[in-house]
Design a protein around this ligand. Structure first.
Ligand SMILES: Nc1ncnc2c1ncn2[C@@H]1O[C@H](COP(=O)(O)OP(=O)(O)OP(=O)(O)O)[C@@H](O)[C@H]1O
Ligand code: SF4
Ligand SMILES: [Mg+2]
Length: 376
């Protein structure tokens, strides 16, 4: 272990107590709900989400713009600010409930055990400070004072993301977009965290830079052993990188399971629609279809299933009965097709997800419909 790594470990040990929590999930989110207090009343942007992330696991969160991905991530990291607030639920990280901790208690957890990489490094990095100074500030804030140690660790993390140490003297604007995102990831690695929350870290990059950054994140994750909770609106981006996938729609989780399984046999009609909206690089040429309409405003979600107005498989019960998460073929899906009581009236028999038809009413090429407004 290098001297600077030893410093990092010593600092971590002095922070939150470690305990023997190796058997338990690293992160356990239970019934997390987040509201925005607006002039017309509270708007629930994250509704009763349950999620676990195991040590060293890569879990992806996908869904259209506005479905609550970032709000959930910030709710987990306790980085929400007014008008947003956690209104219910627990975030158990390494055995501690972050929701009930104050800033002083959270300080040793943030950066050291859990760090966050934002969508745009340009917004997250200080534009008037050199990279070296920003890394030094972070380390000093967590008790590392020795200048040589700070320098050594800064060079180490920058090397991990393939950036020459010369760029410690650069200002953020002097780096390319891909390098800035890498510099942010390097900063997140300063204390060897066990979990990194990433909010669309590649979405501002072109496809080539995106792919290269994803490969680098995966390589680092496997080498250093940290877990990742990765938010994206691009399902295809995470198909080869994540072990499990959480699909969100209108503030709720609608499907959760192994990534391979969700890609091969999506259980929820929305997951199926999202998959049909992205071109396959290797598979046969097929016309791209997508999801008609738009998600509901979270201030006025429809009764019954929130996806009903867009779902080609909807039937009468879908307009009145709110689906729960049902276990189906090893995944969880929030769809009445799998409910024991409210299946379509025709036969009432259990539904096989592989037999759920592709949305027939889909319109052509709505890939952009799943992209962020700002990127159009
Ligand atoms: N400042 C705010 N005030 C009120 N409501 C807000 C505010 N910010 C977000 N919301 C609500 O929270 C919802 C979820 O927003 P969030 O940014 O978490 O979505 P997202 O899935 O990350 O979208 P994107 O893909 O565009 O980043 C929005 O649809 C909106 O209804
Ligand atoms: S509950 Fe009904 S409307 Fe909702 S996704 Fe399932 S079939 Fe479609
Ligand atoms: Mg977001």
């Amino acid at each position: 272990m290098s001297h600077s790594s030893a410093v990092v470990h010593a600092t971590k040990a002095a922070g939150a107590q470690r305990g023997d929590q190796h058997a338990a999930p690293l992160l356990e989110v239970r019934g997390l709900s987040v509201v925005y207090d607006t002039a017309s009343g509270p708007v629930t942007a994250v509704d009763d989400v349950d999620l676990t992330v195991n040590r060293g696991e890569f879990v992806a969160v996908v869904g259209e713009s506005g479905c609550g991905k970032s709000t959930m991530l910030f709710g987990i990291a306790q980085l929400l600010s007014s008008p947003a607030r956690v209104c219910a639920g627990e975030v158990i990280f390494r055995g501690q409930n972050l929701v009930t901790m104050n800033d002083a208690q959270l300080a040793p957890v943030r950066w050291q055990n859990l760090s966050v990489v934002m969508q745009s490094a340009m917004n997250a990095l200080n534009p008037v400070k050199r990279i070296a100074a920003q890394y030094a500030d972070t380390m000093k804030a967590h008790g590392v004072r020795n200048k040589a140690d700070i320098r050594r660790r800064s060079e180490e993390v920058l090397a991990m993301v393939g950036i020459d140490k010369i760029h410690l003297e650069s200002y953020p604007h002097q780096l390319s977009g891909g390098m800035r995102q890498r510099a942010m990831i390097a900063m997140a690695l300063l204390f060897e965290p066990e979990l990194i929350l990433m909010d669309e870290p590649t979405s501002a990059l072109d496809v080539v830079a995106q792919r290269s950054l994803m490969l680098q994140i995966k390589e680092l994750q496997e080498r250093l052993g940290f877990a990742v909770l990765f938010v994206t609106h691009d399902m295809s981006l995470v198909s080869h990188f994540s072990e499990r996938l959480l699909v969100m729609y209108a503030g709720q989780e609608v499907e959760l399971g192994e990534t391979r399984r969700v890609f091969d046999t999506p259980a929820h009609p929305y997951s199926k629609g999202l998959l049909e909206a992205f071109p396959s690089i290797r598979g046969p040429k097929v016309p791209l279809v997508g999801i008609p309409g738009a998600p509901p405003a979270l201030s006025a979600v429809p009764p019954g299933c929130r996806y009903e107005p867009r779902c080609p498989l909807a039937y009468a019960d879908c307009t009145t009965v709110e689906p729960e998460l049902y276990e189906v073929n090893g995944v969880k899906a929030r769809c009445l097709l799998y409910s024991p009581h409210n299946r379509p009236p025709a036969d009432g028999a259990p539904i096989d997800p592989a037999q759920v038809p592709v949305p027939a009413s889909a319109t052509l090429l709505p890939v952009e419909a799943t992209a962020k407004e700002s990127e159009r």
